[in-house]
Design a protein around this ligand. Structure first.
Ligand code: NAP
Length: 246
């Protein structure tokens, strides 16, 4: 379904990004795996994709670094000549109650989770405008919709990402580019593995479907938004959260 398409997935070395990269590759897209530090893990993803007959490449840069992002995107366009799908997935948490949160932790989360997406959209959209087509998918969170005690930085970034999604959707729609967000709930990855049992129990109590989500659940939603079937959907926030936030 995505044969001939070129997809960039940021933060694709682990977790949700890894599954999105694999899913898009399984549908025929040539996938660019971006990562910042986990080189070995990123190599594993590339290998897995290639072993299944897909095409993948590694591009290392920190999404919060504007200049590095510009250089990375230029190299991608030089190499592939096009970019059809951009998934802004890279993200971190630095949790803490508002009154104890350091300025550094606030800034770092905003720079990676929000400004990182601005950086890639800024450069990717130029190419997509030239092509008069493109799909941009931003991985937000239910925390950006509903808020969450202990995550002021993360909630602000993820809510900001929804605003960025809707604005980009309006600016780019006339050129055939769709921009949507996905708001995952509690997904089992490295990001949630270290949370205390108490926090996990609290989260579970809020999930009507009664189970935590898997990275594959988010990947399926991303693949749908990237597919031709989603051509008439833009500016939306698709929740993948077991009913956690309605
Ligand atoms: P994860 O397992 O911790 O993986 C995070 C990924 O982001 C890694 O591949 C990491 O690569 C990459 N990354 C981090 N900082 C980066 C940077 N500065 N530049 C480039 N890549 C960077 O997290 P996850 O659970 O898969 O989360 C993926 C996305 O889903 C995030 O945006 C997260 O906020 C969102 N989300 C997750 C959940 C959940 O419950 N897990 C819920 C809602 C939303 P390196 O190791 O190479 O740095």
């Amino acid at each position: 379904m995505l044969k001939g398409k070129v997809a960039l997935v940021t933060g694709a070395s682990r977790g949700i990004g890894r599954e999105i990269a694999k899913k898009l590759a399984s549908q025929g897209a040539a996938v660019i795996i971006n990562f910042s530090g986990s080189k070995e893990k990123a190599c594993e993803v590339k290998q897995e994709i290639e072993d299944s007959g897909g095409a993948a490449a590694l591009y290392q840069w920190d999404v919060s670094d504007y200049a590095a992002c510009e250089a990375g995107m230029k190299n991608i366009i030089r190499e592939y000549g096009r970019l059809d799908i951009l998934v802004n997935n890279a993200g971190i948490t630095r949790d803490g109650l508002l009154m104890k949160m350091t300025e550094e932790d606030f800034d770092r989360v905003i720079r990676i989770n929000l400004k990182g997406a601005f950086n890639t959209i800024r450069f990717a959209s130029r190419q997509m405008l030239r092509q008069r087509s493109g799909r941009i998918i931003n991985i937000s969170s239910v925390t950006g919709v509903a808020g969450n005690a202990g995550q002021a930085n993360y909630a602000a970034a993820k809510a900001g990402l929804i605003g960025l999604t809707k604005t980009a959707a309006k600016e780019l729609a006339s050129r055939g580019i769709t921009v949507n967000a996905i708001a995952p709930g509690f997904i089992e990855t490295d990001m949630t593995a270290g949370l205390s049992d108490k926090v996990k129990e609290g989260a579970m109590a809020q999930i009507p479907l009664g189970v935590f989500g898997k990275a594959e659940d988010v990947a399926a939603a991303a693949a749908f938004l990237a597919s031709p079937d989603a051509r008439y959907i833009t500016g939306q926030v698709l929740h993948v959260d077991g009913g956690m936030v309605m």
